[in-house]
Design a protein around this ligand. Sequence first.
Ligand code: SAH
Length: 396
Amino acid sequence: MPGKPPSPSTPAVKISRRGVERLKTGHVWVYRSDVSADGIPPGALVSVTDERGKFLGSALYSTASQIAVRMISREAVTDLPALLRQRIVDALAYRERVVHNTDAYRVIFSEGDFLPGLIVDRYNDLLSIQVLTQAMDAEPARQAILNGLSEQLHPAAIAERTDPRVRELEQLPPRASSLIQGEKSSTIFTMNGVKFHFDALEGQKTGAFLDQRENYAAAAQYAHGEALDVFCYHGGFALHLAETCSQVTGVDSSRPALEVADRNAALNSREIEWIEANAFDLLRDYSAANHQYDTIVLDPPAFAKSKKTLDTALRGYKELNLRALKMLRPGGILVTCSCSYHVSQSDLLEVLTQASRDVHRTIRVLENRGQAKDHPILLTVPETAYLKCLIVNVSS
Ligand code: SAH
């Protein structure tokens, strides 16, 4: 049901029939080619109508992105700051119900929390925010977000992580990552009883791969014997595996990441071996040398950044999985992940099926998992689902 008519001060954009059809499916994006908008300022709150002027809802507008319109409500929004603050309250209420056993989690997951263009992560007493659109970067939206977060969570500090490429694409002025509130920039957080160092101004993404939190715990349930965590970053899987495995080795090509991983191991009084290497080379050499493991984790970076690179990406995933399967002892556990949105769950299953045939190993699927629940998937916005994590038993 469309809501009240829009306020006369909110600029209007008209969308084509194709755009209307897209919104009818429940998606919240309208591409530039489906939008007619004249003289609308960057990041404006707009009211969206069909070609005949029928009101469809309120949206945030970008003058730069191909995604010109991101719907924010089916109602007419007059007070955007108030709406943003309410959405923050709602997002936290959701987490109260679905996030357990951690003081680090994603507080706001953009479209998944009806706040397109905004990511907020909590690491114990620190918050890390990322703004991805003109609308979320604009005052007073920005101020409303910071005030809302401070009121609800009372963080010691808030850091902003900026991605120069994202800012350029959105035609936002360059801005460095920095603390925007408070002075504390590092802390220790705990998930599933495992402790991690966090530095708000270093590291990849917003600091840790919170989307894997539930998968760490799931993997630890089956992990045993000698374990290899490939693409280990700060040791998220390795540290969890160390709870049940006799020996754990982590591999990553980034020395700074391994240095943090080593400090994390010390923080948890664990002995883990860290190897700085290109994972493809190491797996090729180790499998050729007949190294054997009982548990292997593969959590590579997104190989398929776009549809065009999907085939190359799938070959990469296949090679990794093939080598890992070769090295697993009977009864071994493989945890294989993909964080490429363009690689579907069935693509990953297919890659694993082909790899298992090639190396004559029999696989039983233990768990077919995705991202942690603090990264909510909106059923009608497929782009909100991106992480795949299969846990399988390799029987012979
Ligand atoms: N498993 C980690 C996240 C992995 S992110 C966790 O749960 O926290 C991907 C990691 O792969 C990054 O740390 C990056 O440094 C590493 N990486 C990227 N290309 C690599 C390569 N060719 N060989 C080894 N590591 C690589």
